[in-house]
Ligand binder design. Sequence first.
Ligand code: MRU
Length: 361
Amino acid sequence: MDSESRMWRPLRWTGDALVLLDQTALPYEERYLECRSLEDVAAAIQEMRVRGAPAIGISAVAGLALAVRAVLGTPEDWRAVLERAIDRLASTRPTAVDLFNSLDLARRRVGRAGDAQEAQRILAGLTEELLERQWAIDRAIAEHGAGLLPAGSRVLTHCNTGALGTGAYGTALGIVRRSYELGRLQHVWITETRPRQQGARLTAWELQREGIPFTLIVDGAAAWIMARGEVDAVIVGADRVARNGDVANKIGTLALAVAAAECRLPFYVAAPLSTFDPTTPDGRSIPIEERDASEVLRLNGGWIAPPGTPVRNPAFDVTQASLITGIVTEAGVILAPDERKIAALLAGRGSGDREEERDER
Ligand code: MRU
């Protein structure tokens, strides 16, 4: 996918706008949205025009840059503006920890800025840096993950973890891409991913444009396809990895992990270190976003249940570490993840951000 696909950018920073491919319009329309203010970015995240944990994290930093830019040359207290912008962005989606990790990183980076101009320059630079860094992170995940798959693998994946979800190469879908490139992948099963259809609308769109052989199934068909022996491995993304290795990801992930365990299939999670949350001890403490009932009651503008039907719409679930064969990160694979192994990986490799924390202490 290299040089040609790198020209296709679902997320771009122009210096005065965040330009994003509106994921609510896909696959029917390739519409780019120019976010020129904090509120544009916050609304785009909330409405899932940009989605996927890493893409949300990067977009949030762009939102901060735009918030500070808006008060350049005015008497406004830019630090107060920044804090309000952080609060606004933090209120958009609660589960993906990349959002909160990015906001923390941005706050630390501007810590020593002398004025609004310098702060804006730092935030704009950080947006570019994160976009660039994500590419290297995704490629490293893809390389480690492809190494886990035997030749001729048939992989099942959920939701969308591709370029759209990270702004770069993708995590779980990056592994799919790289395995295909290496000739190790025979086929991909993609789940529809109710209620927002990220699999049907977005993953199908990404795979189709790259010519990777795939088949779309409804979420309820996954266990049956696994039980029939038509899957060799399940690979999904993550929105938050707790300290003990429990993983929050798109609703439906837990059901896939249970079915994979029953069928004795490896179940891998692909996640950058920015998706790890060492402050959350286990899955029970991960905040799970509950979204509007209309997402369940309506599809493509039409009702699929009687109006007024009671609905519960959790956007994520938690898969316990014991069901996970391995977590694939840019720093390597953690097999049979647990607290000790995760702590060792984070301490050994850390990320640039953790180094920075040490420097600033
Ligand atoms: O609600 P979404 O579409 O933002 O949820 C996305 C997921 O669950 C992805 O698996 C995760 O964010 C990783 S994207 C690389």
